[in-house]
Design a protein around this ligand. Structure first.
Ligand code: PFF
Length: 460
């Protein structure tokens, strides 16, 4: 990023696309997309996800980035600049990363643990009991009890906090330009190896063949939540990134590139994990341990698996860290903008938030010292509650309000003019219909369904 007058800016289109993709590509693609796909019936989820990501997802990326660039402000200020009464929309979006980053670091901790075990020759332990080790770890049933998962969470959180406090995140960003393509090469390599495994065909068919029997409103709910999570939509971050973008950057092209990169990585990660998981008997409805349970078994069966596994987990750590840092940065900048706290103190508040809420997440799995049982926790404690509430309720509300604000308060022409600064806006009519009508109606349906689903009412 370069300083340009008073506001920092990306170096150009490539700078914007790389920074946004580094933030977008992370655990959402590698951990969350595969298990959601497995959970929601395979191919049908992939199909709906891809169609929605390319239509609705890319439109919302464009809406948020152009709004950020036009106002030149980050999330809260962008809304309150019009009138104080709109400030709450910005706050709603800004709270979401604060609820996600603590549990993001818990999952980052699991990846660190998997890296450590595989680099110290314990790949076999990770693959034990058909992958049951993951559940033992998160529920504290191993020798290390809850100390184990908490320790790895603390290490990951510390890495993230150090990055935002001393600002080495730019170095990580540079490193990730080399490491991200390497991660893709590894995903392809692992996928090609898996194709040689006898019995993989059924798994591939599960992943690629849309099975209409598995289709229900919850497939859409899952897909929309995953799109928000993976593309970093409805969390204020894209508004802030848009405000760093120079006026000559083609926003439509950039939004399409970010959407395509993120979706391609997700679909490839799914292809690497879902078919083998299916083959290893994880069935067609698995939960959030999928990546940690299925992959060690692949590495065990692979020639040189004890070299491939640590390398793979190391690359996942980098992808997760760039995303965690951008989440934490967003939180720090909200504290910084919204209070009298300076940068250092805002980072400190973010650190406390991550540590306290994250520890609660790490310790509240089944039977954990801080476990509790409410319908929303899905057996995974506070982590499950935060994931469900942000995805099924808060993000749809933030996105609906942003669409209504853009469509009916400032009007879509306000953004269209901004988008046209760098060239013809070919999709203008589609964009207008999407922002004013399709997205709000569709998201309202998703929201209603999400609330009913959370309180246990099934419409299907
Ligand atoms: N999109 C990231 C992922 O898929 O892992 C998560 C994320 C990063 C969400 C940064 C929001 C954000 F601001």
């Amino acid at each position: 990023m370069a300083e340009n007058g008073e506001r920092a800016s990306f170096s150009g289109k490539i700078g914007f696309v790389l920074a946004t993709s580094a933030s977008a590509v992370g655990l959402g693609n590698l951990w969350r997309f595969p298990y959601e796909t497995s959970h929601y019936g395979g191919g049908i989820f992939v199909l709906i996800y891809v169609v929605l990501a390319f239509t609705f997802g890319i439109s919302l990326i464009l809406m948020e980035t152009s709004f950020g660039r036009r106002t030149g402000k980050s999330c809260v200020a962008a809304f309150s600049g019009f009138a104080k009464k709109y400030r709450f929309i910005g706050y709603l979006a800004a709270i979401i990363p604060m609820l996600i980053v603590p549990y993001y670091c818990v999952i980052g901790g699991w990846v660190l643990k998997w890296f450590f075990e595989s680099v110290t020759g314990n790949l076999g332990t990770l693959a034990e009991d058909g992958g049951g080790y993951w559940w033992d770890i998160v529920t504290g049933s191993t020798d290390s009890g809850f100390f184990g998962p908490s320790l790895w969470f603390l290490i990951f959180a510390a890495l993230c906090i150090v990055c935002i406090i001393i600002g080495v995140d730019k170095g990580i960003e540079k490193l990730s330009k080399i490491l991200m393509p390497l991660l893709l090469v590894m995903i392809v390599g692992i996928m090609v190896y898996e194709l040689t495994l006898p019995g993989i065909a059924d798994g591939i068919s599960f992943y690629l063949n849309p099975n209409l029997d598995a289709l229900g409103p919850d497939t859409f709910l899952g897909a929309v939540g995953q799109i928000f999570w993976s593309l970093s939509i409805a969390m204020g971050i894209l508004i802030t990134y848009g405000s760093y973008t120079k006026k000559d950057v083609d926003l439509t092209e950039s939004a399409v590139m970010v959407g395509v990169i993120d979706t391609v990585v997700a679909v490839m990660a799914g292809m690497m994990i879902v078919p083998v998981a299916f083959m290893f008997g994880f069935g067609d409805s698995n939960g959030m341990g999928l990546m940690f349970e299925a992959l060690p078994q692949v590495f065990m069966s692979m020639p040189a698996g004890n070299v491939v596994a640590p390398l793979f987990y190391l690359l996942v750590i980098f992808a997760a860290l760039t995303s965690a840092v951008s989440l934490a940065e967003t939180c720090a900048s909200v504290f910084n903008d919204g209070t009298r706290l300076d940068r250092k103190r805002s980072s400190g508040v973010t650190a406390v938030l991550i540590l306290v809420v994250g520890l609660f997440c790490a310790l509240s799995f089944d039977n954990g010292p801080l476990s509790f049982s409410i319908p929303l926790d899905q057996g995974v404690g506070l982590l499950g509650v935060l994931d469900s509430v942000t995805n099924s309720i808060m993000m749809p509300i933030a996105a609906i309000l942003t669409c209504l604000f853009v469509g009916y308060v400032v009007k879509t022409t306000y953004l269209e003019e901004e988008i046209e600064l760098s060239g013809e806006f070919k999709f203008k009519p589609v964009f207008r219909v999407m922002v004013k009508y399709l997205a709000p109606v569709f998201l309202t349906m998703i929201l209603v369904f999400g609330i009913l689903d959370l309180v246990g009412v099934s419409l299907w």
